[in-house]
Design a binder for this molecule. Structure first.
Ligand code: CO
Length: 134
C-alpha cells in the first residue's frame, strides 16, 4: 500500500525561527510561506534531495496543531506522510483492518493540491500518519 515518504511535518511555535533554523543554521532550501486557512496552518517546505520536511505553524483560531503545541510548546514531529496510489482503496483496506481514519473519511485536498487522509496516531505507535495520493 505504501509508497515513498512524501514528507515529515514538524510543528513549530514560531515560523520565523523555524525558517531561520533550517535555512540559516542547517543550510537547506526553504520555500515561501503558504497559508492554508482551511487546514488552520501556515506551512513552508524544506526541500531535501530525497524528500521534504514541512514546518507547520498554527493559523487562525481553530488550528488543528494548536493542541499539539500546547502539549509540546517547543515544537515537535507532528506527522509523517506516505504516498499511496489510490487513496480510496487504501482507506477502505485500512478501515476493514480496524484502523481509524480521522474525520468523516472523505479525502481533503492537502498542501500539494492532492487528496489526503489522516490515520489515528493511537493505531500507529503514537504517530499521526498522513496518506497522500500521488
Ligand atoms: Co502533511
Amino acid at each position: 500500500m505504501l509508497g515513498r515518504v512524501n514528507h515529515v511535518a514538524l510543528a513549530v511555535p514560531d515560523m520565523e525561527k523555524g525558517i531561520a533554523a533550517y535555512r540559516d543554521t542547517l543550510g537547506a532550501k526553504v520555500s515561501d510561506i503558504q497559508r492554508l486557512p482551511e487546514h488552520g496552518v501556515s506551512v513552508v517546505f524544506v526541500e531535501l534531495p530525497n524528500t521534504k520536511v514541512e514546518l507547520l505553524e498554527p493559523l487562525g483560531e481553530n488550528s488543528t496543531i494548536a493542541a499539539f503545541l500546547e502539549k509540546n510548546p517547543s515544537g515537535g514531529m507532528h506527522h509523517i506522510c506516505y504516498e499511496v496510489e489510490d487513496i480510496i482503496a487504501a482507506r477502505d483496506q485500512l478501515k476493514a483492518g480496524g484502523a481509524r481514519v480521522l474525520g468523516d473519511g472523505t479525502p481533503k485536498i492537502g498542501a500539494h493540491g492532492k487528496p489526503v487522509l489522516f490515520l489515528h496516531p493511537k493505531d500507529f505507535f503514537g504517530t499521526l500518519i498522513e496518506l497522500e495520493q500521488v
